[in-house]
Design a protein around this ligand. Structure first.
Ligand code: T1G
Ligand code: NAD
Length: 641
C-alpha cells in the first residue's frame, strides 16, 4: 500500500510509502484522496499528520508520468481537497521537500520540518512551472521576492529559512513524527494558505529580481513563465491565478524544452547502468592524490567534502605546502558557500607527504601530475612499488593514452582513467575512461566513487580526448576555419553565447590558456594528417607569447581584465586568409552556429560509432555537464535548435 493510515490517540497518521522518493504517482494521489475521505468521516479523528516513509518527504510529482495524459485525481485537486478539509492537517517534512511535495505540504494547514530538510519548487529545471498551486500559495507564505527566486530560480531553501519566512511552523529537534503529533493535538482548526493575503507587493526590488532571473534564463522559456505566474499570484484572485497556472503548466509540459529536460534528467541517472558498474566494488574510503596543483587540490577537496580521507603526495616539501594551501583555500570557500559548516573535521582527514610510502594503506590513488607521459608513467611505477595489490590506480590525464600508462603496472587491470573537470570540487561531470585490460570490479569501484562524490560518471573508451574534449576539439577546429573564412573571434564568441553556451571558444581558450593546446599540437605535429585543413593562427599567437588572460593578451587584448578585440590578432587573421588565398565572406550568427553544431555532431557521431561513448544520451550528458551546452536543448544530439 502506498498510502496507509495509523493513529495515535485522536490523531490520524497518513503515511506515503512510494520509494525511492515518494513521488506523487497516481496510486499515491488515489491513496491520499481515500485517506482524506476516511479521516473526514471518522469522528474519532480530530487532526491528521501527513508523513512519508523512507529518506525523504515527497520529492515531487512523478516525472515518469509526464509523457502520458494526466490521470485523475490530479495533484492540484488533491492539494485543494486537503486544504478544504474540516480537520487540521499537519505535514511532517524531512529530506527533499520539492515540487509537488512542497505543494502538498502547502495544502496542509501546518508544517513541521527536520532542520536538514530542504524546501523547493525546482520545476523550472524541468522546463515547467509548479502545476499544483505552488505559484499561488508560496507568495502567501513567504515574501514575494523569495517566492520569485524559489520558483523562477528553482533553488531550494533550508528549513531554517522556511521557519524564518513562515513557510514552516516549527522545527523538530529529534522525533519528527512525535513533534508533528503534538502540533496536531494543539492545532485548533484548519489554517488555509489560499485564504492568506500575498505577503507583499510587486515593488522595485521584485522587478529587479525578476529582471535578473529573466536575464540568466537565456533561452529557457520556463523561467519567464514562472516569473509571470508569480506576478499573477500577486495581481489576481487565487482561483484565477490557479487556473492560469494549470494552463501554463500543461502547455509547458508538452513543450520541446520540457521534453528535452526530462530526457536529460533520466539520462543523467542512467549513465552508470552498465552491468560492469553494478558488480562488487573495492573500498574507496582512503584516497591518495598525486600532485597538488589545480586538479590535484580540487580532486582532494572533492573527496574530503564527501567524507573520504586524503593523503596528497607532492614532489617536495615546498610543492606539498603549496598544494595544501590550495586545498585549504578550496575547503574554506566551501564553508563560506555553506556547503560545509566547519572546516576542521574535513581538514582533519587530510595530510600531505613527499614519500610515496605514505600511500601504503590507500584504497585508491589518483594521479594529477603534469600532462607528460614520462612523468605519469614514472608516477605509476612508483605507485606500483608501494601500494597494496588491491589498490586501484587512476590517472586524471586529459589527452594521454591510458593503455600506455597502465602498461607500466605489473597488474594493468587495476588502472583506470578518472577525468575530472576543473574546478574538480564543483563540476559534476566525471569521465570514467576504460583501458583495454581494466577489470570489472575496478570499473564498479570508479562508479561507486562517482556516486560517493555526487558526480555524474560517464563511461568512455580510450581515444584522444575521450568524449568531451575530443568533441570540443572538433568544434574548436571549425571555429578556426571560420576565422580563416571571414568571421572574427568576437562574432564566433557572440554567436555561441547567443545560442546559450556560457562563453565562446575563443574566450574559453583565453581563460584556460592557449599554451596547453599549443603544446599538444606541437607534440602531434609529426603525426598530423597532412590532408586535413590546418589553421595556424593560434600557433602564431602562442609564438608571440599571447597565451590569453594569464599573459594579458590572447585572442583578445585585456584592458583591466576586460577583453577587447585585438588589432594584432586581426592582422594575423588577415595574413592567414591571404596566404590561404581565401576571400573572406560575411557570416551571420546562425551561419556560425550551423557550422559549429555540424562539426560537433559529426565528431559525436564518430565517437558513438567507435564505441567511445555508449549512447547519444551519454554524449548529451557530457556536453551539458562538462561544456555548458544549454540544458533546455537536451544536449547537441537531440536538440533541434
Ligand atoms: N519523479 C520520478 N522519479 C524520480 C523523481 C521524480 N520527481 N525524483 C527522483 N526520481 C528517481 C530518480 O530517477 C532515481 O531513479 C531515484 O529517484 C533517485 O534519484 C506538479 C510538476 C530528490 C534531490 O524536480 O532532485 O513536482 O535511477 O539519483 O541524488 O508542480 O532525485 O534510482 O531508478 O536523483 O538522492 C519536481 C527531482 C518534479 C526533484 C534526490 N521535483 N529529483 O537526489 O537521488 S515536477 C524535482 C531530485 C513537479 C509539480 C511538478 C533528486 C533528489 P533510479 P537521484 P538523489
Ligand atoms: P598543475 O601543473 O597545476 O599541477 C601538477 C602538479 O603535479 C604540480 O603541483 C606538480 O608539483 C605535481 N607533480 C609533478 N610531478 C610530480 C610527481 N612526480 N610526484 C608528485 N607530484 C608531481 O596541472 P593541473 O592543471 O592540475 O593538471 C594535472 C593533470 O590533470 C594533467 O594531466 C591535466 O591534463 C589534467 N587535467 C587538467 C584539467 C585542467 O583544466 N587544468 C582538467 C582535467 C584534467
Amino acid at each position: 500500500m502506498t498510502v496507509t493510515i495509523t493513529s495515535q490517540g485522536d490523531v490520524a497518521i497518513v503515511t506515503i510509502d512510494n520509494p525511492p522518493v515518494n513521488a506523487t504517482s497516481q496510486a499515491v494521489r488515489v491513496g491520499l484522496m481515500d485517506a482524506l475521505t476516511k479521516t473526514e468521516r471518522d469522528s474519532a479523528v480530530r487532526a491528521v499528520v501527513l508523513t512519508c516513509a523512507g529518506r525523504t518527504f515527497v520529492a515531487g510529482a512523478d516525472v515518469k508520468e509526464f509523457d502520458t495524459e494526466p490521470v485523475p485525481p490530479h495533484l492540484p485537486d488533491v492539494v485543494a481537497a486537503i486544504e478544504a478539509a474540516t480537520k487540521p492537517w499537519v505535514a511532517a517534512l524531512h529530506g527533499h521537500v520539492l515540487g509537488g511535495g512542497l505543494e502538498l505540504a502547502m495544502g496542509c494547514h501546518w508544517r513541521v520540518a527536520m532542520p536538514q530538510a530542504r524546501l523547493g519548487l525546482p520545476e523550472v529545471t524541468l522546463g515547467l512551472i509548479p502545476g499544483a498551486g505552488g505559484t499561488v500559495r508560496l507568495p502567501r507564505l513567504v515574501p514575494p521576492q523569495t517566492a520569485l527566486k524559489m520558483i523562477a530560480g528553482g533553488k531550494p531553501i533550508t528549513a531554517e529559512a522556511g521557519l524564518k519566512f513562515g513557510l514552516i511552523d516549527a522545527l523538530a529537534e529529534d522525533d519528527l513524527r512525535q513533534t508533528a503529533i503534538q502540533f496536531a493535538k494543539a492545532a485548533q482548526e484548519p489554517r488555509r494558505s489560499l485564504s492568506k493575503p500575498v505577503t507583499g507587493a510587486r515593488d522595485e526590488n521584485f522587478a529587479k529580481v525578476a529582471a535578473q532571473l529573466a536575464a540568466k534564463a537565456r533561452g529557457q522559456q520556463s523561467v519567464t513563465a514562472a516569473i509571470a505566474a508569480v506576478e499573477r499570484a500577486i495581481d489576481m484572485a487565487p482561483e484565477q491565478a490557479l487556473a492560469a497556472e494549470r494552463t501554463t503548466f500543461l502547455g509547458l509540459k508538452a513543450s520541446p524544452q520540457a521534453k528535452a529536460l526530462r530526457r536529460l534528467f533520466f539520462a543523467e541517472r542512467a549513465t552508470l547502468n552498465d552491468p560492469r558498474c553494478k558488480g562488487p566494488a573495492r573500498p574507496i574510503d582512503r584516497v591518495g592524490v598525486i600532485g597538488g596543483g589545480t586538479m590535484g587540490a580540487g580532486i582532494a577537496a572533492a573527496c574530503l567534502l564527501r567524507g573520504l580521507t586524503v593523503t596528497m603526495v607532492e614532489r617536495n616539501a615546498e610543492s606539498a605546502a603549496a598544494g595544501a594551501a590550495r586545498l585549504h583555500a578550496v575547503v574554506e570557500s566551501s564553508a563560506k558557500r555553506g556547503i560545509i559548516v566547519d572546516t576542521r573535521p574535513v581538514l582533519d582527514r587530510f595530510e600531505t607527504a613527499t614519500d610515496y610510502a605514505a600511500l601504503a594503506d590507500r584504497d585508491l590513488v589518483i594521479e594529477a601530475v603534469f600532462e607528460d607521459i614520462d612523468v605519469k608513467c614514472d608516477v605509476f611505477r612508483q605507485l606500483d612499488a608501494v601500494l597494496r595489490p588491491d589498490a586501484v590506480i587512476a590517472t586524471n590525464t586529459s589527452y594521454l593514452d591510458i593503455n600506455t600508462i597502465a602498461a607500466t603496472l605489473r597488474d594493468p587491470s587495476r588502472a583506470i582513467g578518472l577525468h575530472f573537470f576543473s574546478p574538480a570540487h564543483i563540476m559534476k561531470l566525471l569521465e570514467i575512461a576504460l583501458p583495454d585490460q581494466v577489470s570489472d570490479d575496478v570499473v564498479a569501484t570508479a562508479a561507486k566513487l562517482a556516486k560517493r562524490l555526487g558526480k555524474i560518471g560517464v563511461l568512455a573508451g580510450i581515444c584522444d580526448g575521450f568524449i568531451g574534449n575530443r568533441i570540443m576539439s572538433a568544434y574548436r577546429r571549425e571555429a578556426d576555419y571560420l576565422l580563416e573564412d571571414g568571421a572574427s573571434p568576437t562574432q564566433v564568441d557572440d554567436a555561441m553565447r547567443a545560442y546559450g553556451l556560457p562563453m565562446g571558444v575563443f574566450e574559453m581558450q583565453d581563460l584556460a590558456g592557449l599554451d596547453i593546446a599549443w603544446a599538444m599540437r606541437k607534440r602531434r605535429a609529426a603525426t598530423r594528417d597532412p590532408t586535413e585543413r590546418y589553421v595556424d593562427i593560434a600557433d602564431q599567437l602562442c609564438a608571440l607569447g599571447r597565451f590569453g588572460q594569464k599573459t594579458g593578451k590572447g585572442w583578445y587584448d585585456y584592458d583591466n581584465g576586460m577583453p577587447v578585440p585585438s588589432k594584432k590578432v586581426d592582422e594575423i587573421i588577415a595574413k592567414a586568409r591571404s596566404s590561404a588565398k581565401i576571400t573572406p565572406r560575411r557570416f551571420t550568427a546562425d551561419d556560425i552556429m550551423e557550422r559549429i553544431l555540424a562539426a560537433l555532431r559529426s565528431e559525436a557521431a564518430a565517437v558513438l560509432a567507435e564505441g567511445i561513448a555508449r549512447s547519444a544520451d551519454d554524449i548529451n550528458v557530457v556536453m551539458v555537464n562538462g561544456y555548458g551546452f544549454p540544458r533546455w536543448t537536451g544536449g547537441p544530439i537531440t536538440s533541434s535548435g
